[in-house]
Write a new protein. Sequence first.
Length: 152
Amino acid sequence: MIGSKGEQLGIMSSKDAMFKAKAAGLDLVMVAPVAKPPVCKIIDYGKYKYEMARKEKEARKKQKTIDVKEVRLSPNIEANDIKTKAAAARKFITKGDKVKVTLRFRGREIAHMHASKHVLEDFAELLSDIAVVEKGFKVEGRSMIMFLSEKK
């Protein structure tokens, strides 16, 4: 049992604790229910809830979210176009986002999927100075996918 000013009141029954809380005009709040014995504190519950919400909001503010941006390529893309797409991906990675590189196959291109793997390899090579391949080549339906993330 902890008092309203933070002082230790020792181990007591729940009835005694409730009487002390009522006498102080405050609430009895269980702070650590899993401890042996459980720890209770005499405080204003509304104020306690407000403080907890404020701390949670503050923690959420400091947390950084990582988005996944997508760059789409085709198997017969030209070298200059790959450089343009790599520049866009470089911008995403330097901002701290992950990049999903999708190589889309249309029509009969899907028959030569294994021969087009070099496009993704070239793309990863262009960004090798700032990015690392997080998840390698994976075929999903009519496309081949790889994920790039910032080097640590």
